[in-house]
Design a protein around this ligand. Structure first.
Ligand SMILES: NC(=O)c1ccc[n+]([C@@H]2O[C@H](COP(=O)([O-])OP(=O)(O)OC[C@H]3O[C@@H](n4cnc5c(N)ncnc54)[C@H](O)[C@@H]3O)[C@@H](O)[C@H]2O)c1
Length: 322
């Protein structure tokens, strides 16, 4: 990887992946891109930024050629809850965008990282220690685009030799950019509300178990997979990766270790609860561990302590008592 393009770079993952890639490969070697512009964002200050709509092949092609890009991290997508509100737009962006990125990669010989998701599984998938290779019959538009995307990436590798790689991310927890409308967003919102108000009303039910990961591990997964020896990869495009599993009530208990008076109540959103109920309780990520050495650093306790510490700094002006 010498010259990198990141699509959807202003989102939750891109906002932290771009600085990590720039720290590793140099500021000028990493081109951030999105369809949004944000005047005060750090991504603009520390390296190149381009407007790229991934549904427009010419825009991707022009930027890839001008910057002599050899690796694309394709993050642009609509997430699960938003995709369920706008399924037609989700299809256009998630499938149309991926297809065009893969076509440009085929023409220009770029490697491509594409995140899939636990949303690529469905109600008929085994729920406990969900295997790497298993039944995938998702019941959401997000899931449909993620499974189709995994297959399309496999196809471009097998048919055209494009170096496609990817992981199935679980819910990602972070404190830099807000999440983009996924079913696991509660696990970020809860921290903001804990620091601001000491209480949280959760849109998922108390006992809903889901896989999660802290952002530093998500960034590590993406970079380590792209740097891995390609000859060792059997699965390539859809590695199960996970770091922890918990329910809203278990997360609330972990927050209470630091804030004894924190309270949680529940106002279940049937749409997001339905999506969460169709996803695994816990993933088996042994293929990622065996094929490219995946190993997360943060568990629930370490993530909770770090989130609270960072949000205290971010949300409480200096000198304000906790
Ligand atoms: N965040 C998570 O918890 C999570 C979990 C599993 C998988 N993923 C996957 O990781 C990827 C990135 O997720 P994220 O959380 O950063 O998403 P996000 O919603 O925070 O960011 C997506 C970005 O894509 C941009 N975008 C939308 N349409 C575009 C288009 N046509 N062209 C270019 N950019 C466009 C948006 O402006 C936004 O900045 C997605 O593929 C998502 O499905 C995320």
């Amino acid at each position: 990887m010498e010259r990198i393009l990141v699509t959807g770079a202003l989102g939750q993952i891109g906002s932290e992946l771009v600085p990590a890639l720039r720290a590793r490969y140099g500021n000028d070697a990493v081109v951030a891109s999105d369809i949004r512009m944000m005047a005060k964002n750090d991504l603009f200050a520390h390296g190149p930024f381009e407007f790229v709509d991934c549904t427009k092949a010419k825009q991707i092609q022009e930027v890839v050629r001008r910057h002599e890009i050899d690796t694309i991290y394709h993050l642009a997508a609509l997430l699960s809850a938003v995709a369920e509100e706008k399924p037609q737009v989700a299809w256009d962006i998630n499938m149309g965008g991926l297809y065009r990125v893969l076509e440009v990669a085929r023409e220009t010989r770029c490697a491509v990282f594409v995140p899939s998701s636990i949303g690529a599984f469905g109600p008929s998938t085994p729920k406990q220690r969900t295997p790497q290779d298993t039944i995938q019959r998702p019941t959401t538009m997000y899931g449909v685009t993620k499974v189709a995307g995994e297959l399309l990436c496999d196809y471009y590798h097998k048919r055209f030799g494009v170096d496609t790689r990817g992981v199935r991310f679980p819910g990602i927890i972070s404190h830099t950019a807000p999440p983009g409308g996924g079913t696991t967003d509660y696990a970020v919102d809860i921290f903001y509300e804990a620091v601001r108000h000491g209480r949280y009303t959760c849109f998922l039910d108390a006992g809903t178990s889901l896989d999660m990961m802290y952002m530093p591990d998500a960034v590590k997964a993406a970079i380590e997979l792209m740097e891995a020896d390609g000859d060792r990869l059997v699965h390539r495009n859809a590695f199960n990766v996970t770091a922890m599993q918990f329910t809203p009530e278990e997360l609330a208990a972990a927050i209470r270790v630091h804030q004894a008076d924190f309270t949680i109540d529940y106002k279940v959103d049937p749409v997001r609860q339905g999506i969460a109920d169709s996803w695994p309780d816990s993933l088996d990520d042994s293929a990622a561990r065996a094929e490219w050495g995946w190993s997360p650093a943060y568990d629930l306790a370490a993530m909770t302590a770090d989130m609270l510490q960072n949000l205290e700094k971010k949300l409480r002006p200096a000198g304000t008592p906790a």
